[in-house]
Design a protein around this ligand. Structure first.
Ligand code: ZN
Length: 350
């Protein structure tokens, strides 16, 4: 059931558009209301902290016929795998000009969408070229983008702000540095995406739409039951229904994958319970403990080693959530690879 009062002042038309869910070529196409039902019943082990928004640029509206969703999605997957050498299509979801949505990469897998920002992200590609002079976004697609983003924030208990919703344009393509410059950036999700691709445009135009569509729903951190966090160090790790390697795999759950941050609710004999409500367990042997922390500095440099003499490799902004893998001489490693920040600007109260 759709709770339409949660959807604020958005165009009701896209809600009542009923296209039956369809699965083909490994992708599932659905309407926004079907997506809400699908998302609510979905169990996901990956800890999600960010929703990324992109435009496809190519294909654009001229490549969309109104009925070739699966062909376009398959063409993007082929391009990502054959030309980019990726293991799968880069994004988790594509939103089409008619307001329909299609699944891509499994949500249990880290996307390939913004350098340095993928670990705890969900990636949405919006089909079209939303640069100035490009496609004029349809109302159906606008509504779908706002509603889908809001539903994901609600699902993952994320407050709406510029740390939880990211535009590709805010990040340097080779360093991952977040800044206001135009150098070495993509225009993505488009210089005319909801009135502009700058952080200021986001605050002025996009964020208020999200805030109003979230009216009535409580967004709060929901980590009270979490005992601790752990990061997956195996390529894939099966989810089982008992803390035992001979137990059956949990039905309808994809294995968790390398780099995923798990929320742990219980531990038994080296096994970790990763769901609060379900008996879903993974072997702790293939995980490493991590500590959740909040960035307290306005801009916190990420370096390639534990000291100011190491190269800068991006930055965090105030309020961002990171996970600490180890600490050394006042420095904290915040990734499976060599990414370090000064511990002084991390708050680990939880
Ligand atoms: Zn992009």
């Amino acid at each position: 059931m759709i709770i339409s009062h949660d959807l604020g002042q958005l165009n009701e038309d896209s809600l009542h558009k009923t296209s039956a869910m369809e699965t083909k070529l490994g992708f599932t196409k659905m309407s926004v209301s079907e997506f809400e039902t699908w998302l609510n019943s979905l169990r996901i082990a990956r800890t999600v902290l960010k929703i990324q928004l992109h435009h496809t640029y190519r294909p654009d509206y001229s490549n969309f016929t109104g009925s070739n969703h699966f062909e376009r999605q398959q063409a993007m997957k082929n391009h990502h795998m054959l030309n980019n050498g990726w293991s799968d299509i880069g994004q988790h979801f594509t939103i089409f000009p008619d307001g329909s949505l299609m699944t891509g990469r499994s949500l249990e897998n880290i996307p390939a969408c913004i350098y340095g920002q993928n670990s705890n992200s969900v990636c949405i590609e919006n089909l079209g070229n939303f640069d100035h002079g490009g496609d004029i976004m349809t109302q159906a697609q606008k509504d779908a983008i706002v509603m889908v983003t809001s539903m994901l924030l609600r699902k993952f208990n994320l407050p709406p702000n510029s740390n939880t919703i990211l535009y590709h344009h805010w990040f340097d393509l080779s360093t991952g540095q977040r800044n206001h410059s135009n150098r070495n950036k993509k225009s993505c999700p488009g210089s005319n995406f909801f009135g502009g691709n700058k952080e200021q445009d986001f605050e002025t135009n996009f964020l208020p739409l999200i805030v109003s569509s979230l009216t009535g729903s409580v967004i709060k951190e929901n980590t009270a039951a979490v005992v601790r966090f752990a990061c997956v160090t195996a390529t894939t790790l099966n989810i089982r229904i008992q803390p035992d390697s001979s137990a059956s795999k949990a039905p309808d759950r994809d294995p968790v994958t390398f780099g995923t941050i798990l929320r742990i609710y219980d531990e038994q004999n080296g096994w970790l319970k990763i769901s609060n409500s379900q008996p879903h367990w993974v072997s702790g042997r293939f995980t490493t403990p991590v500590t959740r922390a909040t960035v307290t500095a306005g801009s916190l440099n990420i370096r390639t080693g534990p000291g100011t003499e190491f190269f800068k490799a991006g930055n965090y902004t105030q309020g961002e959530i990171v996970f600490i893998f180890e600490e050394k001489n006042g420095w904290a490693r915040v990734s499976l690879s060599d990414r370090w920040v000064s511990s002084r600007y991390l708050d680990t109260e939880n």
